[in-house]
Design a protein around this ligand. Sequence first.
Ligand code: MG
Length: 216
Amino acid sequence: MHKLEIEVGRDILKKNKEEANQNLTALKRYNIRAFDILGSIGSGKTSIIEKVAPILERRGLQIGAIAGDVAGEDDFVRMKALNIPVVNLNTGTECHLDAHLVSHAIERLPLKKLDILFIENVGNMVCPTDFELGTDARIVVVSVTEGDDVVNKHPMIFRVSDIGIINKIDLAEAVGASVARMKNDMKRIAPQVKQISMSVRTGEGISQLVDDLLNY
Ligand code: MG
């Protein structure tokens, strides 16, 4: 990369960081806990929100969501079906959300009513890493179907995350993936990450995630 490109990149990240801080301040004003959900396409990000949101609502918490995708309304429609306020964010060509985009989505949510905000990032394990959105925690989701080397291949996203979910563990044997290897890689690469082994299908790990979310 040329020196100029590096400088431009630094400016973009600096501006993003400032706007992320503004988002966090805006959300804190309304006592909202916000979570940035990261991970590949098909890792289970939307399914986890679908599972966890109703549980939190039964505990008296109001949930809101932002659906980030390159194009379309697929996740938006699924989250809408939960009867929660949702904003759809299409990035067009970008492979990640940024704090500026999220600031406009936040403006369209009924903040006074919300206790928890889920921001589902664009399905990608590289691009979102450097772009904080202004959340209390970042949650990275990987599934065993991505191969048990997926953690080792994408160290950066784990280093910026607080919770690491290994999803679809019920399929590990069928696809020949070692959950133990994934856990060990995560521990070595990102010891700060709170790990959760999960199967959205069987429900394993869901209550642990709910408990962890409530600790923020
Ligand atoms: Mg999704």
